[in-house]
Design a protein around this ligand. Structure first.
Ligand code: PEP
Ligand code: MN
Length: 271
């Protein structure tokens, strides 16, 4: 479709969260935290930093979809408890991944947003189970999925009655090997123009490299993303998952400053 209006206009229907926060409204929203919840101390250190920089949403994986079964699989229920505890201490909301249908009731109990991962984008029973809850769902794009397949997956969630769906572009597999994935900024712009769904950008999984995360974050916001999902770790070199792409806490001020600058250029703020 050729647009006759070249102003920045969207049809996004904002998704409202607890505490009056919305995703897909005027302001862009930062969701940040460790790839995996590894310990109380690690998660608390990250939550404290997110809170001190004005962040409102803590991410962290308790059930991890690891490519190798020999990698750290997450702390499970203990991880959910840690996330909830430290988030409550700082008044943050929690987003965490449900890996299987059996996790949905547990995640719905502990989290404010249910994350469905890239590897599970076409796991239909999981989409249906999330669609039967009353929690907002963030659906990450399958790394080998087209935009049409991604939107069809979102429709599976909506088909069970839950329309509070947030999409997340987390990079797709291309022929390039210098980066883990390729951030599809086209997809972000297209989603904003043609669908009612808010869309987040995940510069961490999209690049796989901490030194590229800020650039990808700026690009995602410039393309119109409604927020960022960013991995942070107090000591990335020791992280049990995704250390190469995790920003150290010291990078958070720059991330916030640069994201605010891009958001401001588009007439938006950063929460
Ligand atoms: C994650 O957010 O840590 C994660 C596993 O992401 P993805 O599903 O995009 O690989
Ligand atoms: Mn990760």
């Amino acid at each position: 479709m050729i647009m006759s209006d070249y102003s920045i206009s969207t049809n996004t229907k904002p998704v409202s969260l607890k505490s009056g926060l919305t995703i897909g409204g005027t302001d862009v929203v930062l969701m940040a935290g460790p790839c995996s919840v590894e310990s109380y101390e690690q998660t608390r250190a990250v939550a404290e930093a997110v809170y001190h920089h004005g962040g409102k949403i803590l991410r962290g994986g308790a059930f991890k979809p690891r490519t190798s079964p020999h990698s750290f699989q997450g702390l499970g229920l203990e991880g959910l408890r840690i996330l909830r505890d430290v988030a409550d201490e700082f008044g943050l909301l929690v987003i965490t991944e449900a890996l299987g249908v059996e996790h949905i009731p547990l995640i719905a109990e502990y989290a404010d947003i249910i994350q469905l991962g890239s590897r599970n984008m076409q796991h239909y029973p999981l989409l249906w189970a999330a669609g039967e809850t009353d929690k907002p769902v963030m659906l990450k794009r399958g790394f080998m999925s087209t935009i049409a397949e991604w939107l069809a997956a979102a429709e599976h969630i909506a088909s069970r009655g839950n329309e509070r769906i947030i999409l997340c572009e987390r990079g797709i597999r291309t022929f390039e090997t210098a980066t883990r994935n390729t951030l599809d900024t086209n997809a972000i712009a297209l989603i904003k123009q043609t669908t009612p769904f808010p869309v987040m950008a995940d510069p961490s999984h999209a690049t796989g490299r901490a030194d590229l995360v800020l650039a990808a974050a700026r690009a995602g916001l410039a393309a119109g993303a409604d927020g960022l999902l960013v991995e942070l770790h107090p000591n990335p070199a020791e992280a049990l998952s995704d250390g190469d792409q995790s920003l150290p806490l010291e990078a958070l001020p720059q991330l916030v400053m640069q994201s605010t600058a891009v958001a401001t250029a588009l007439g938006r703020g950063l929460i």
